[in-house]
Design a protein around this ligand. Structure first.
Ligand SMILES: Cc1cc2nc3c(=O)[nH]c(=O)nc-3n(C[C@H](O)[C@H](O)[C@H](O)COP(=O)(O)OP(=O)(O)OC[C@H]3O[C@@H](n4cnc5c(N)ncnc54)[C@H](O)[C@@H]3O)c2cc1C
Length: 386
């Protein structure tokens, strides 16, 4: 347990790092909070980057308001962690001692191999660049990767009159994340808005051809593009933890209290991992350790991590939630949409699909029906507690 006189170092100034600082303060930690973050900007929200930020420049990358007093050092990258010596190594050759450390270095966008990689979208600078392209003369954009970011960029590009083709190696993208029914519905929305879908077809190469790009597909087809945007998922930022002794197979493995676990299986009491970086066992996935990359998960992790560091009771386990926007529709997911799919239930302006295993609700997806979520959350929590 950390004491008031002690120093906690937060590595990573994203939403999860900021929320952990706030959770520590709200739980009574009055010691020194030092934050180190590779980005030169103060913490900002990433979800708008693939939505409003591509339409409207106002507020892109604006600092998130906070009450937590943290001494942030921006534009500084951690290069090493010594858990025995109790220090973090920085790229300016400094060593920063800690009594406790919060690992919150998130993930970075995956790219296509090869010299022409397309534009990925992870930072405010990426969004500014992509907006400047989409707000130029409309042409043909190929989006490689039909995940949430790809789907949202497709919406933004269509709204600027671009001809949009979405390519994905999977024949049914987003079916795991949204459940088959809502995933099919989402791609129907895209087709209805004139988006061309090339599903089940991998991109094998991108070549430059004078001022344009040629996207070569596994079928042998060639798509001509003025811009290529990739939404290929993300890779955890764990390189700086090489040699730390922590289990960094796909992010940082933690126990249920966010305490980082070593390769030998020991959970360290003064090292916690949060946000997109953390791979945490959860009852919502039958005890399996999973890495969610969702905004709301960062807050849940932050409170668990702060409670663990402060020696306090862990907060109640809440089901994971996330959302995506497609045209004028909002899609919200709670729990895990796997198991037996129910018939869609019609709501006042949308619908909801539930998922059950052995008759027990495991997750649900609501389209334009936010009022349905509190009831679903209660049902999920009651069933999980039982
Ligand atoms: C375009 C986009 C749209 C999204 N839309 C949604 C959505 O609609 N709904 C939803 O639920 N979620 C969405 N998300 C996901 C959500 O934004 C993330 O889950 C959340 O931002 C994770 O926060 P984090 O702090 O864990 O990681 P990050 O925000 O990645 O922050 C990590 C920080 O650590 C820094 N860092 C990395 N390595 C080092 C190092 N060695 N030393 C120091 N600093 C380092 C990074 O530069 C970064 O600033 C979206 C994400 C993106 C990119």
């Amino acid at each position: 347990m950390i004491r008031a006189s002690e120093r906690t170092v937060i590595v990573g100034g994203g939403f999860a790092g900021l929320r952990t600082a706030e959770a520590l303060r709200s739980r009574g930690f009055s010691g020194d909070l030092l934050g180190v973050s590779a980005e030169a900007r103060y913490t900002y929200a990433r979800p708008p980057l693939s939505k409003e930020a591509l339409r409207n420049p106002d507020g892109v990358g604006a600092p998130l308001p906070t009450t937590a007093d943290v001494r942030w050092q921006l534009g500084v990258t951690a290069t090493g962690l010594d858990v025995t010596g109790g220090y973090v190594e920085l790229d300016d050759d400094r060593r920063v001692a800690f009594d406790a450390v919060v690992l919150a270095t998130g993930v970075r966008a995956r790219h296509l191999p090869g010299p022409i990689r397309g534009m990925a979208l992870r930072t405010a600078e990426d969004a500014e660049w992509l907006r400047s392209v989409l707000h130029g003369t409309p042409g043909r954009v190929v989006i490689v990767g039909a995940g949430f970011v790809g789907s949202e960029v497709a919406v933004a590009a269509r709204s600027r009159q671009w001809h949009v083709t979405v390519v994905d190696v999977s024949p049914s993208p987003l079916a795991t994340a949204l459940g088959p029914h809502v995933a099919r519905w989402l791609w129907e929305q895209h087709r209805a808005h004139g988006i061309e879908l090339r599903l089940g077809d991998p991109v094998v190469a991108i070549e430059k051809a004078e001022a344009r790009l040629h996207v070569l597909l596994g079928t042998g087809d060639k798509l001509i593009a003025d811009a290529v945007v990739t939404g290929l998922g993300a890779r955890p930022n764990t390189e700086w933890l090489d040699g730390s002794g922590l289990d960094i197979t796909d992010g940082v493995l933690t126990d249920a209290a966010q305490r980082a676990v070593t390769t030998g299986g020991t959970a360290l009491p003064n090292v916690v991992a949060v946000g997109d970086l953390a791979r945490t066992p959860t009852r919502w996935a039958d005890g399996e350790a999973v890495r969610w990359e969702h905004w709301a998960g960062a807050t849940t992790d932050a409170h668990r991590a702060a409670a663990a560091l402060m020696g306090q009771n862990l907060p109640a386990d809440v089901p994971p939630v996330f959302w995506t926007d497609v045209y004028e529709h909002r899609v919200q997911v709670i729990g895990l949409p796997k198991g037996v799919e129910s018939e869609p239930e019609a709501g006042p302006r949308g619908f909801c699909v539930g998922y059950r295993a052995g008759g027990v609700l495991t997750g649900a997806v609501a389209v334009n029906w936010p009022q349905r979520l509190p009831m679903l959350r209660r049902e999920l929590c009651q069933r999980a507690a039982a």
